[in-house]
Design a protein around this ligand. Sequence first.
Ligand SMILES: Nc1ncnc2c1ncn2[C@@H]1O[C@H](COP(=O)(O)OP(=O)(O)OP(=O)(O)O)[C@@H](O)[C@H]1O
Ligand code: SF4
Ligand SMILES: [Mg+2]
Length: 330
Amino acid sequence: MSVLHIDDLRTSLTLNGRQHHAVREVNFRIEEGETVAVVGESGCGKSMLAMSIMGLLPSIAVVTDGHVVLEGKPIERESERQMEAIRGARIGMIFQEPMTALNPVLTVGEQIAEPLRDHLGLSRSEARRRAIALMERVRIPSAASRYDSYPHEFSGGMRQRVVIALAIACGPRLLIADEPTTALDVTVQRQILDLLDMLQDDGRMAMMLITHNLGIVAAHADRVVVMYGGDMVESAPVRALFRNPAHPYSRALLASLPRVDRDLSELASIPGRVPPLTRLPDGCRFIDRCPHAMKICQALPPRVPVADDAEHEVRCWLHVEGSGRDASAG
Ligand SMILES: Nc1ncnc2c1ncn2[C@@H]1O[C@H](COP(=O)(O)OP(=O)(O)OP(=O)(O)O)[C@@H](O)[C@H]1O
Ligand code: SF4
Ligand SMILES: [Mg+2]
């Protein structure tokens, strides 16, 4: 059983009385101990996907179809109360900006101890002991003496370690990290990612890692999901994607990156940009920017395997037999 199965998920946003799909028929699995990276330019729906999984969508958004299956059980229609329990214990979350994830008026120790008391029912002193052990585990120096410090007394990197300690406090099965290192400098980024790798190996956690950085994908992910305009346009094991990107968007992403450590937000080689939600085309979302666009691309392309590899899927008419062109185009 997969830890997470995103099963043809659709999430709509209502803007000016009309529904728009911010996530459309996204489909992938994350197994125990596995890291799946989700990549795509700004506005492609990566955070909406994460929020759909965690039940933290803004009030104008709703999951309309499909399922978020956590360890075999659909959770997309759970009550807010049940989702709170799931978020505290079974799904851990790390966001880009550590300061917003922490409460500035509570000490870091109290914040880590809180879920231990709420979700695991530990006593105050037990929770304190466990929180200090967690701070040590995420390599915060002099953990015991820093239990009573406030977030603003920590550096950005140390604050992100606190956020990670908080996220893993109850031993979640799934960790969702939405650009966890974007706000940090390069050396600290590497340390945080190495820490996540270590924690994941220890706990056999599944991880969904949202990132703009293909260098991070190459170094830290097992599989990758490429999103464009709310669609999952390609999913593949990391090596297969880097060797044989099938979707014109994935190819353009990789081609624009002479160095893999460049950030996707700096892309220059694909003319144009991701359309806003209100102007997304009905068929292939990439049609306006695609050098291979055909008439048939006005219809949503099906998901098809690439090179008979069940692990490698693409959503593009170029790869559908008999649709006009052959898969090697481009
Ligand atoms: N609260 C909201 N109100 C209106 N539109 C929204 C809202 N949240 C997201 N959107 C729109 O939904 C689409 C997907 O946004 P999302 O935040 O998921 O992108 P993203 O891939 O996470 O981008 P980034 O890399 O910049 O974080 C975008 O078109 C965005 O403008
Ligand atoms: S479906 Fe058509 S427009 Fe979309 S990426 Fe493939 S070839 Fe391009
Ligand atoms: Mg985002």
